[in-house]
Design a protein around this ligand. Structure first.
Ligand code: CAA
Length: 395
């Protein structure tokens, strides 16, 4: 059974980063994760500590204050965090993948200076708000409206945002949100090309996050609705080009889905590790569970799927680092890893039997945490659509 650290061919620096992530995860996250889950505690202090170590700027180039890691190293570190607690991992994943990618690719030099650098240094935590109550899978149907502000903000030429975003990770805890809103008009809708991205500091008056959602899993992560009630922004808070926000969001999700893939790998791997240990110790009918062939087959399938899910995510990472388009393979990696996590954690609960169903044992939380990986950043059905579309490019 291998972990991220056993990945062949790691350089010394990659090994050091992954070891740092693993040691932090094992000492400062995993021992507290069950309690945070029970109390729905968002461990901002832990995220801040990770930020000081550079984990909020993992892929951000050094010139912007980040660690400038390649995608593989970033994914290996994230797997270690996710194996300890998927709630912490999702905050890191969103921040590093989506707002960071958006700013790096489309931010002006002033925006990079003002937002990207403090994000990379761990001084600002960022989130992303695309979904709405009536626009989940069909993200381009979002209705939040941004209209030109003829008034005070930015001396005129600013924006007024109105609408409701749903299920935003870090919505109530981020310092900065990347928010998608329509900049076309109701009289002349432009579909996906009528959406723009706005950089919204959460201390802007009229930014209101709802109470944290009461979720099945990832209970220690913050997920909240965000109400934009005539929220005023200066003109320079528009990211990139007006009307390109949906494309920017999709590009961000290409990177984000790789993070969710390894989050799922981390969850599945931890469930496998617990299962291997338990089946080695637990005796029934006069022998350890691991001596039953039926149990061996289950463990073998779990281990095989975890390795395969990790390998697919790593192939996607190397293609990303070669500058290739990863839309299709990122969806494959997320689809395969999330379904692996759900399957492996289901087997783990079954192997633990009655104990597996109890909150006192860790596989119950892993099972609950796994489910959302099949839902957020695009459901498994959406990933299949993206994969299938990639089979007929240009059609
Ligand atoms: N990269 C760059 N551009 C892309 C792109 C990508 N990956 N995907 C689409 N585009 C572009 C298209 O090329 C197109 O532009 P052109 O017209 O110039 O060609 C434009 O965007 C519109 O694309 P589509 O016609 O494909 O759009 P669609 O309406 O058919 O939707 C979809 C496609 C893949 C189904 C998309 O809606 C989707 O991914 N839905 C799922 C949404 C999702 O993942 N939401 C997660 C929200 S975040 C979250 O989960 C919360 C959290 O914080 C964790």
């Amino acid at each position: 059974m291998s972990t991220a650290l056993e990945t062949p061919g790691l350089s010394e620096i990659q090994r050091q980063i992954v070891e740092l992530a693993r040691d932090f995860a094992r000492t400062k996250i995993e021992p507290f994760a069950a309690e945070w889950d029970r109390t729905k505690h968002f461990a901002r202090d832990v995220i801040d500590e990770l930020g000081k170590l550079g984990f909020l700027g993992m892929v951000t180039p050094e010139e912007y204050g980040g660690l400038g890691l390649d995608t593989l190293t970033y994914l290996l570190a994230l797997e270690e965090i996710a194996a300890a607690d998927a709630s912490i991992a999702v905050s890191l994943s969103i921040h590093n993948a989506i707002p960071t990618t958006m700013l790096l690719r489309h931010g002006s030099s002033e925006q990079k200076e003002r937002w990207l650098k403090p994000m990379a240094r761990g001084e600002l935590l960022a989130g992303f708000a695309l979904s709405e109550p009536d626009a989940g899978s069909d993200a381009a149907a979002l209705q939040a409206q941004a209209a030109r502000d003829g008034g005070a903000a930015g001396g005129g030429g600013g924006w007024v945002l109105r609408g409701t975003k749903a299920w935003a990770t870090n919505g109530g805890t981020a310092d900065l949100m990347m928010i998608m809103a329509r900049t076309d008009t109701p009289a002349a809708r432009r579909g996906a090309k009528g959406i723009s991205t706005f950089i919204v500091p959460t201390n802007t008056p009229s930014y209101r996050a709802g109470k944290p959602e009461d979720k099945m899993g990832l209970r220690a992560s913050n997920t909240a609705a965000v109400v934009l009630d005539d929220l005023r922004l200066p003109a320079e808070h528009l990211l990139g080009e007006e009307g390109m926000g949906f494309v920017y969001a999709m590009e961000g999700l290409d990177a984000g889905r790789l993070g969710i893939a390894v989050q799922a790998v981390g969850i599945a791997r931890r469930a496998l590790e617990h299962s291997v240990a338990y089946c080695g110790e637990r005796r029934q009918f006069g022998q350890a569970l691991r001596q039953f062939e039926g149990v061996q087959f289950k463990l073998a399938d779990m281990a095989t799927r975890v390795e395969a899910a990790r390998a697919l995510a790593h192939v996607a990472a190397s293609r990303k680092d070669r500058g290739e388009n990863v839309t299709q393979i990122a969806s494959m990696a997320k689809l395969f890893a999330s379904e692996t996590a759900m399957w492996v954690t289901t087997q783990a609960v079954q192997l633990f039997g009655g104990y597996g169903y109890m909150r006192d044992f860790p596989v119950e939380k892993l099972f609950r945490d796994a489910k959302v990986t099949e839902i957020y950043e695009g459901t498994s059905e959406i990933q299949r659509i993206v994969v299938a579309r990639g089979l007929y490019p240009g059609a």
